[in-house]
Design a protein around this ligand. Structure first.
Ligand SMILES: Nc1ccn([C@@H]2O[C@H](COP(=O)(O)OP(=O)(O)OP(=O)(O)O)[C@@H](O)[C@H]2O)c(=O)n1
Ligand SMILES: [Mg+2]
Length: 395
């Protein structure tokens, strides 16, 4: 929510915010990290030291009602969490007991966090509190765990992998990688529910170097556990990087990833991926098959002479299978995804889609008046003729 503006630094003196006035609050986590990295600011998370749920309520904060004492600011709706310490009390990422008494210090709160780069606090006057030397790790470009508590939360393994994808010029400290591996060997990673995995996968896929997330998961042995059936292959690195560079939607990136699985639909089901992502994953293999063949034939200069089926029919069949006439944008997304794997002349395919879409089904139905059984055939003929015209022009 907005950049860290100079106003933040004068907030307590110039126009005191009645909700936080006199409260010991700090920005922590991603917002501080990203600002130090010179990246655009995302959501701000705040930590409140020396307060209580009662006081927060009195100040108008709204409890979020999750596992921890977290509140929403009455105006900005930003998240404010009471400083807390955590202790593992069971398996999985929910098995925590926490202590959020007024005596928990800022340093104690920072110590329970995942990575040093995420454990820097910034006071209202702009001063940084960095007892775990996160700034040094930012300078050295290292993802390093804060403490042994790293192995108490398997989500941290997913986070480590997606931060490796987002900050792809960062290395992972060897001890951190060893702890990540431990989360796999001791079975903690199996406590992750698919919805939680999916949330992090989406974030990882949205980065500039998504392949690194899956490479890190593979390296730690977690990939086979959280995304069963997915076999990491170095080629995906370049394909996903191309997808990121072309700014393709997450669904396209997910479809590319699913090519690493022998049973993409099962994987998508397992992850409870949204329908759109499942559809992209289901359709991409057909698109790839047809466009790759099409490219070979066009290059060979014989668009009409395929021995294994009429290219016109194949082209129309693909458009129909992908419902490209009703959902052209999705089909174009799929072509863009295919272009990350093989050479695709997307301009040609765009023309084909518009040629087929330009056929006036209403007019054809009119012309077949009295013989409704002919409409389907006539429509198909008209579409094939439109495609044939294009192909004659080498399109
Ligand atoms: N499993 C987790 C989740 C969160 N955190 C801490 O809580 C902060 C805020 O969490 P969140 O907003 O989920 O992540 P960010 O680091 O802010 O990253 P993003 O930019 O994706 O929001 C993190 O920086 C980290 O200090 C943690 O230690 N362990
Ligand atoms: Mg955040």
């Amino acid at each position: 929510m907005g950049a860290i503006s100079p106003n933040d630094q004068t907030m307590t003196t110039a126009h005191p915010d009645p909700a936080t006035h006199g409260l010991d609050v700090y920005i922590v986590g991603g917002a501080v990290r990203d600002r130090l990295l010179g990246l655009p600011a995302g959501d701000r998370d705040w930590v409140v030291v020396g307060s209580s749920p009662e006081e927060m309520a009195r100040r108008g904060f709204i409890p979020v009602g999750g596992d921890f004492p977290v509140f929403l600011h009455p105006k900005t709706k930003e998240e404010y969490a009471l400083a807390r310490t955590e202790r593992k009390s069971g398996r999985g990422y929910k098995g925590f007991t926490f202590y959020a008494g007024v005596d928990v210090t800022l340093a104690e709160d920072l110590k329970r966090r995942d990575l040093t780069i995420n454990a820097i606090a910034q006071a209202a006057d702009g001063r940084l509190f960095d007892p775990l030397e996160g700034q040094a790790d930012i300078r050295a470009r290292v993802l390093r765990h804060v403490g042994r508590a790293f192995v108490e939360d398997p989500v941290r393994l997913l986070r480590l992998a997606r931060f490796a994808a987002r900050f792809h010029d960062f290395s992972i400290a060897p001890e951190t990688l060893a702890l990540a591996h431990q989360l796999v060997t001791d079975g903690e990673v199996d406590m992750l529910v698919p919805e939680r995995v999916w949330r992090e996968v989406v974030k990882g896929l949205s980065t500039a170097q998504p392949g690194r997330m899956f490479q890190v998961l593979d390296l730690t042995g977690a990939l086979a556990r959280v995304m069963p059936g997915l076999i990491f292959d170095q080629a995906i690195y370049a394909q996903l990087a191309a997808a990121a560079l072309a700014n393709l939607p997450v669904a396209s990136r997910f479809a590319l990833l699913c090519r690493l699985s022998a049973r993409p639909e099962e994987l998508a089901n397992h992850l409870r991926a949204p329908t759109e992502c499942r559809d992209y994953a289901r359709l991409l293999p057909s698109v790839l098959q047809v466009v790759a063949k099409d490219t070979r034939e066009t290059v060979a200069g014989k668009p009409g002479g395929s021995p294994s089926g009429d290219p016109l029919e194949e082209c129309l069949a693909l458009l129909e299978r992908c419902d490209a006439l009703r959902k052209p944008a999705r089909f174009l997304d799929l072509l863009d995804a295919a272009a990350c794997v093989v050479d695709v002349n997307t301009a040609i395919w765009r023309e084909r889609v518009s040629a087929v879409r330009s056929i006036d089904a209403g007019a054809i139905a009119q012309a077949c008046r009295g013989e409704p059984e002919k409409i389907k055939i006539a429509l198909r003929e008209a579409r094939l003729t439109a495609l044939a015209k294009l192909m004659k022009r080498g399109v």
